[in-house]
Write a protein that binds this ligand. Structure first.
Ligand SMILES: Cc1cc2nc3c(=O)[nH]c(=O)nc-3n(C[C@H](O)[C@H](O)[C@H](O)COP(=O)(O)O)c2cc1C
Length: 288
């Protein structure tokens, strides 16, 4: 029997191998595609409101914005190409000078400047103009101390066990750790909350389409406005601190912490890691 199989195997082994390899590849590929599709579905699920969420809206037949919303002429003055080039370059220089600061001065900053910066952030586009953000500005020293305690306690656990070895190794060159003295040194802390849904005056929920993306854009404008005003900040997303900070600040359930930003002047002896940014050729694909 074996003597019959062996010549067959030795003659056709490459066909058998190709068949088995093709089978394994097809099975792997179909499983991967399924999981890719699942990821896509999950993504869509997060953004397209479910029927149940739709029912939360006060009146399904009425749009959230006024039905008879006026459409007005857009005021616009077209710049010359030379002006455009100058402005685009000026903005690049401003954006390029921005750095994440981890050493702050305690020098006071005028409150109206902070208000104006937040006004700028509030101009961000948002899904169906839902404006799903709220900015909590803290200058009260006692509240800053409480925030620092919450963040440092959680960060101590994050660094010790939640973040994992690779994450903490990747952070080593930036010299970050669980101690966050800037949370009490900086004159302001801005906590950006995203409203995952709105609450209408009659208590029913309003759907906030693409709230994550809308708030991220607002945060980008906020950070740029801070930089443009001549101040500095540190973009931070303190892991596992959201619920405690929300409760401390008396914010409602529909709000989730997106970013925590200390804002102020840099300390006189502040340093920043000498990071390089990707050149344009690495981040731009042009299809003409
Ligand atoms: C979403 C996000 C979360 C971040 N979280 C932290 C943080 O918790 N602590 C910190 O020191 N820096 C944090 N950073 C800052 C990054 O480390 C910093 O942006 C990066 O090293 C690039 O440096 P640059 O901002 O000076 O260009 C965060 C940045 C982003 C965009």
């Amino acid at each position: 029997m074996i003597s019959e199989i062996l010549p067959f195997w030795s003659k056709y082994w490459h066909y058998i191998l190709i068949t088995v390899a093709t089978y394994v590849y097809v099975m792997w590929k179909s499983g991967k595609m399924k999981s890719d599709l699942q990821d896509y579905d999950n993504e869509m699920e997060r953004e397209i409101p479910s029927e149940e969420a739709e029912k939360c809206a006060s009146n399904e037949e009425e749009p959230a914005l006024p039905k008879d919303l006026q459409h007005i002429p857009y005021k616009y003055q077209r710049p010359s190409e030379a002006e455009m080039r100058k402005k685009a370059n000026e903005f690049f220089e401003i954006a390029n000078a921005r750095r994440t600061l981890r050493f702050f001065s305690s020098d006071p900053v005028p409150k109206d400047v902070i208000r104006e910066i937040i006004r700028a952030a509030g101009t961000a586009p948002s899904g169906a103009h839902t404006e799903p953000w709220i900015f909590v500005v803290i200058s009260d020293p006692a509240t800053k101390t409480q925030i620092r305690e919450i963040v440092e306690n959680e960060e101590e656990i994050n660094y010790r066990k939640r973040m994992g070895k690779k994450w903490t190794i990747d952070l080593q060159p930036l010299k970050t750790n669980s101690m966050k003295p800037y949370l009490t040194t900086a004159p302001y802390l801005i906590l950006v909350f995203k409203q995952t849904y709105g609450i209408l005056p009659n208590g029913t929920r309003k759907i906030h389409y693409y709230n994550e993306m809308s708030v991220s854009i607002a945060c980008g404008i906020l950070i740029s406005a801070i930089q443009y005003a001549g101040l500095v900040t540190l973009t931070s997303t303190p892991l596992n601190c959201g619920p405690a900070l929300r409760l401390l600040l008396g914010r409602p359930n529909n709000e989730k912490l997106a970013l925590l930003l200390p804002v102020g002047y840099p300390a006189e002896d502040a340093t920043v890691p000498a990071l390089e940014r990707k050149p344009l050729s690495d981040i731009l694909v042009e299809i003409d």
